[in-house]
Design a protein around this ligand. Sequence first.
Ligand code: HEC
Ligand code: HEC
Length: 409
Amino acid sequence: MKFTSKKERWGAKKNSRVQLAVVMLFAIGAGLMVFNFASTRKISADANAAPKAFVMTLPKGLPADLYKELIPKDNPMTAEKIALGEKLFFDKRLSVDNTVSCSTCHDPATAMADSNMVGIGIENKKGARNSPSVFNAMFNEAQFWDGRAPSLEEQSKLPIINSLEMGMKDHPQVVAKVKGLSEYAPLFAAAFGNEGITIDTIAKAIASFERTQLSGNSPFDRFMAGDKKAISEAAKRGWDLFNNQGRCISCHAFNESTPFFSDFKFHNIGVAAKDQNFAALARRARSFGSDNLKAVDELALSPGFSELGRYLVTKQPKDIGAFKTSMLRDVELTAPYMHNGSEKTLLDVIKFYNKGGELNPNLDGGMRPLKLTDPQMDDLVEFLKTLTSDDTRRRMKSVKPQTRAPFPK
Ligand code: HEC
Ligand code: HEC
């Protein structure tokens, strides 16, 4: 099997599915607004105005059908909600000491991730896991490395009250704090009418903003659309290795309808197996009564327990040390790698795979030594670099890195 271009692989598909940009309308009221990032800061705060229709242009390579399908029925996109969500995402006052926002760890200047090994929250507290990018997170079948949150809405409620991240005590405290910030009342009224400020409307707004954070339009997308010159010969050899000798495609699945390089399943590839006594950890995790999401969320970021991965969610021994297959778009820009940030460069990642991962009792059956030569490993890296979005690169150049407010002693 050898795939060289989208045309060959998807030759039978009809043309309409290869449209470059697809306009999506979520029209609730009258009026039309073309959404762009510059406009989101100034939003109408008039509660009586009809919610604005929202137009989203998808970047090249992303599936419009799936995008539409993944907008929850009870949380349609509106310009007001997206703008409110963006403001919340960047607001440090959502943390207990006003020092950290979502964007501290998901920074547009770092492809909506950060460059630390693990997330660093209030008082410079370290969690045990690497911050993934928020780009395309809306396409995840479940959120987090272990899939413990089913949706972006549920996901966004957790970091705010995680003791190592934003540190608020509980959701009532979060709601009370946002209610105390006077500029928010009219913005929530415009976005949610009578629903007002609740943890659910906060979450819905943040999730709506995240659904505008997309990454496509990469050299690889142009290559798949038929531009043979869009990627180098080395990258083409790398794409072939990705599909064949490297066996990457078996987990980092790619097809036209889900072009994200993930099967969204959980595999133990051995990253967590370094220095772990899984059986002892699992026994201790069970004794923690991790029945509610908040408890699992705290365990997930704790050293040791973190390495149990999917097991924390399912309590199935087969899931010990298993983590969600990462999506690979923009991967060049989001070092270090893996759930614990243990691999510094893409070449380090490939070397890890080349030796067959780290042996342990739960190692995924798909992992085995690959016998790739040094030039072949370089080709794979060249291929991975073709997944970098032109838009992401441009945006990274145009924004200043987020700053962390110094925490009060
Ligand atoms: C202190 C750093 C930090 C802060 C603050 C933070 N995050 Fe994260 N975020 C992380 C880390 C680390 C993970 C992975 C944790 C895990 O999987 O257990 C993550 C995971 C996610 C994911 C899942 C992505 C995926 O591919 O599974 C989303 C979405 C997300 N964060 C959005 C947010 C939002 C929204 C906020 C603010 C309400 C926020 N984050 C605040 C560090 C942070
Ligand atoms: C058996 C399934 C499987 C196979 C085969 C596989 N991967 Fe992965 N990949 C994963 C999982 C699961 C993770 C996350 C693991 C973790 O952090 O513990 C991952 C993580 C990665 C990451 C890190 C992404 C990030 O943002 O941290 C890269 C890069 C990567 N894989 C590339 C590849 C390449 C290239 C190949 C082929 C040589 C490959 N993978 C083969 C399942 C797989």
